[in-house]
Ligand binder design. Structure first.
Ligand code: GLC
Length: 448
């Protein structure tokens, strides 16, 4: 290797590290917890939201936007779907009823995905001017949600692969580079901010769900300016964490975080099968038990679940998704005390399953994953248990404390036995009424 080459390689590595550092830095959380704590309360209590991916991709049942970006279908063919998007059976009241029945406290709909097709009359591509649907699809939905006291969320893709002044397009080509044509980029920035302003003025979302921030830095997106547009329209609006460090909560996607995320507010977004948008061939449905147990795990870690549904082009919701939401809703209604308005439960090691705590921390809720046959075990609980209720039933569970040494401060092991008739068909939940705020033993056993 020549000196020149070696220098070349070091230079590339150095530039890469600098780039990575710049990206990490701009993605670092810029918003302090204390400055948003007040407005985040409803979100922290909400626990469940419904995500809706609705767009022209439902016509052929192809990946939302990514199908042309990744060249699975040509851009021209993708856009032919505009002609087939009818929304002819769209019933926003029925959608909102279903969302209410699921127990969700908020809903987030794709106002515009990466393909640039807006669900309201805006910009060069939208369902009002360019599809047989011929009407604003957002307004009646938000009205229906508000009537039912469900908070309104707007998913908005920062990326717009259709817009002529947006640099990105197909996976292996771009229209131009921002540094080479800053004025052209500025045109896009204005367009983008204009659409955000429109949504803010017209629909006043309670929550904004940005997506696609990975294509540019905070400075390029003008993240602080975007945040400012939103908050000057509604100071209490909540902004998800995909604005290169200028959001209010973290958004892990599809895969469950193994440990509780560091930031106090977070939300797992997850599909009900394997696709965000409607795809008739995707039959990888999660069962109600799977969805319920994932949901329990999420809230046990203090997070929210944003569960996706994917209406067909005509506005009907696939029966499998209706069924999942209804089953989840019944389970939520039966166990609501353990879910809504609660806090994250016990740290790992005390109980092998998800748990939550009442706001005053004096009731501990245990979610019995897999509905075990044998008594369940709790370790290191210093409190006296006054009573154990099996939620949604009139039964109490009995318990036994073993291994307690009278002169030692180490609490005994609690075994809880549940009457089998009281078991839920999906996931039984126990409410342990404690003698005060939960108090845990974290020592090494023995005399300590
Ligand atoms: C991803 C994808 C997108 C989907 C979103 C939902 O970031 O780009 O297609 O809408 O996740 O979380």
């Amino acid at each position: 290797m020549t000196c020149k080459n070696r220098f070349g390689i070091s230079f590339i590595i150095l530039s890469y590290c600098m780039m990575l550092f710049a990206t990490l830095d701009s993605r670092a959380q810029q918003i302090s917890e204390d400055s948003i704590r007040h407005k985040m309360q409803w979100f922290a209590d909400a626990k469940l939201g419904v995500f809706i991916h609705w767009g022209i991709y439902a016509v052929n049942g192809v990946d939302e936007s990514w199908s042309f970006h990744n060249k699975k279908i040509s851009y021209a063919d993708y856009m032919k779907q505009l002609k087939g998007f009818t929304a002819k059976h769209y019933d926003p009241e029925q959608w909102a009823d279903l969302i209410k029945a699921s127990g969700a406290k908020y809903a987030v709909i794709t106002t515009k995905h990466h393909d640039g097709v807006a669900l309201w009359k805006s910009g060069p591509l939208n369902v009002v001017n360019n599809t047989p649907a011929k009407r604003d699809l957002l307004a009646p939905f938000y009205t229906a949600l508000r009537k039912r006291d469900i908070k309104c969320g707007a998913y908005f893709s920062l990326i717009d692969w259709s817009y002529k002044d947006y640099p990105g397009f197909l996976k292996d080509s771009t229209r131009y580079s921002v540094s080479a044509q800053p004025l052209r980029w500025k045109k896009f920035q204005e367009y983008n901010k204009g659409q955000i302003q429109e949504i803010s003025t017209k629909y006043k979302p309670d929550l904004w769900w940005f997506d696609g921030d990975w294509e540019h830095s905070a400075a390029e997106w003008q993240s602080p300016a975007i945040r400012n547009i939103i908050l000057s329209g509604n100071p209490n609006a909540i902004i998800n964490g995909r604005l290169q460090g200028y959001g209010d909560y973290e958004t892990p996607e599809q895969n469950f975080p193994v440990e509780k995320p560091a930031f106090p507010w977070w939300e797992l977004c997850m599909t009900t099968n394997a696709s965000w948008g409607y795809q008739a061939t995707d039959t990888l449905w999660k069962t109600p038990y799977e969805v319920i147990s994932i949901f329990a795990d999420v809230i046990g870690h203090g997070g929210n679940l944003l569960l996706d549904i994917a209406p067909k082009e005509d506005g009907t919701i696939p029966v499998e998704q209706v069924q999942i939401l209804k089953e989840l809703g019944e389970w939520n209604a039966k166990h609501q005390e353990a879910i809504f308005g609660t806090r994250a439960g016990l740290p790992a090691g005390h109980y092998y399953g998800p748990s939550t705590l009442s706001k005053d921390s004096s009731t501990l809720y245990l979610f019995m994953l897999g509905n075990p046959e044998k008594p369940i075990l709790i370790k290191g609980l210093k409190n006296k248990i006054q009573r154990i209720r099996v939620l949604g039933t009139s039964y109490d569970a009995s318990f036994k404390v073993v291994g307690k040494i009278s002169w030692s401060p180490v609490p005994g092991l609690v075994y809880v036995d549940i009457p089998s008739v009281s078991k839920d068909r999906y996931l039984t939940v126990l409410a342990l009424e404690l003698d005060g705020k939960v108090s845990l033993y974290r020592g090494k056993g023995g005399l300590q």
